[in-house]
Design a protein around this ligand. Sequence first.
Ligand SMILES: Cc1cc2nc3c(=O)[nH]c(=O)nc-3n(C[C@H](O)[C@H](O)[C@H](O)COP(=O)(O)OP(=O)(O)OC[C@H]3O[C@@H](n4cnc5c(N)ncnc54)[C@H](O)[C@@H]3O)c2cc1C
Length: 508
Amino acid sequence: MLQAVLGLPVLEPDEPVPLASVALPQARLEPPAELAGLATAQAEARVRHTYGRSYPDILRGYRGDFALAPDLVVYPRDETEVGACLDWASRAGVPLTPWGGGTSVCGGLTPETRGPPRAVLDLGALDQVLEVDEHSLLARIQAGILGPALEEQLRPHGLTLRHFPQSFRFSTLGGWLATRAGGHFATVYTHIDDLCAGMRVVTPRGVMESRPLPGSGAGPSPDRLMLGSEGIFGVITEGTMRVRTRPRHRSSCSVRFTELEGAVAAVHAISQAALFPSNCRLLDSREAMLNQVDHSGNHVLILGFEGPQGPLTSPMDRALALARAHGGTHEAPHHRESEPADGRSQAATWRQAFFDGPYLQSTLVSLGVVADTFETCVPWSRFEALRSAVSEAVLGTMRAHTGHGVLSMRFTHVYPDGPAPYFTWLAPARRGEELALWTAVKSAATTAILENGGTVTHHHAVGRVHRSGYSSQRPARFGAVLHAVKATLDPAGVLNPGVLIASQAPEP
Ligand SMILES: Cc1cc2nc3c(=O)[nH]c(=O)nc-3n(C[C@H](O)[C@H](O)[C@H](O)COP(=O)(O)OP(=O)(O)OC[C@H]3O[C@@H](n4cnc5c(N)ncnc54)[C@H](O)[C@@H]3O)c2cc1C
């Protein structure tokens, strides 16, 4: 497909370095006596906790470069042990990385250089739904739980959190809260922020627990301070989450457009018509082709509605009328009362490709193709300028470096005031030059996004990769506030140094 359809030259596949051949630097920390039974310096644990899932992470891991491995991995079993780990790290001055599922794509888990001896705090043992208040539709859930286990434990209650990021299988509730993750539903409750009624956070200065409330006007919200704090203020141990009855009725339809302009206008109209589709994903023609949804050059809008009660014909009909008014054509929508999607529809093909796609990244690395995604969000009135600037910058950079390049776009979420475009790019690289190419493209994309009024990230978080972009888009005084909060809650500066904000506070 890379050669025949995309015209990209590929290299002979190479194999990943086997685990047994990884040359790991000597661990510089011994498991401390006070964390006996919780901490290990064993090689495989250190290898598994070296990298997240960004392109540079995958490339380095594939090539067996584990120079950035942590010196110790700690596995607390409960909140008291989390507190003990923070006490030890603060006293010993050891940088500590909270670890959920390890799916960070923005350098949230790995320092840029080896730096001082450091430890990783794996929260995987905190994996229970603790309490369900069916009357209020609230569930108290531990932070280390992975997506599938969370849904399995809610299922007997007929409830769901209904938060499905593409990394759902491998990411945790705590990771979602710490990074303000976005699920794959297109409108309304997209970010985990809106599903969070309260949380418990263990900071180096003690526990902070917010009161779960349906709403409150009482000053700045403690939850909003912790949402997106990416482990620099404390370790989230529990969330009280807004759950809902499992949807039974679903309706889906895909609409084809020959012109991208018409497709964008249709989504704009639907997003402002108070219809709130669960899916409103526009794939440009290249994205539709890459995901095997359409091979004839059409742009495809996948529309979906769902709810506990049917029928959903009326909102679907209204959305389709808006799509037709902008040049869209479609078949009859599928309406069904069932859990899984119809296996033959374009929506089902898309869903499968959505969850399968990331597995291809290792294959692409083996073939010498650099592939990555980036995303943003921007008001409708600035979207077209942003899209064309991003296309020019990214295609131009790929072609200047390699003579080739493929860029596709989809809308991952839409709001009444603007879309969240998500871009995928692929370019062939010479072995050993992948990171230089990746850095050049990433930098071109980020500059084009920020110069055209977008955010440095809509849902991939800040980590270290987006830190300077975040710093330039937020008010300078807000940066000073973040540093002050950090100094108050983590005076020894041991939690995730270099993530979200620079390790050193700026001059006042
Ligand atoms: C293939 C793929 C698809 C993805 N799709 C999406 C998507 O659709 N939507 C989306 O939003 N993101 C997506 N991501 C990014 C990533 O999955 C999210 O950022 C996710 O929220 C991270 O969760 P995690 O449990 O893996 O956290 P980790 O990667 O382990 O950690 C992420 C950051 O949060 C900190 N952290 C983790 N747990 C805690 C805690 N309990 N307390 C305090 N800090 C903590 C870590 O130190 C780190 O800085 C995707 C990633 C991949 C690889």
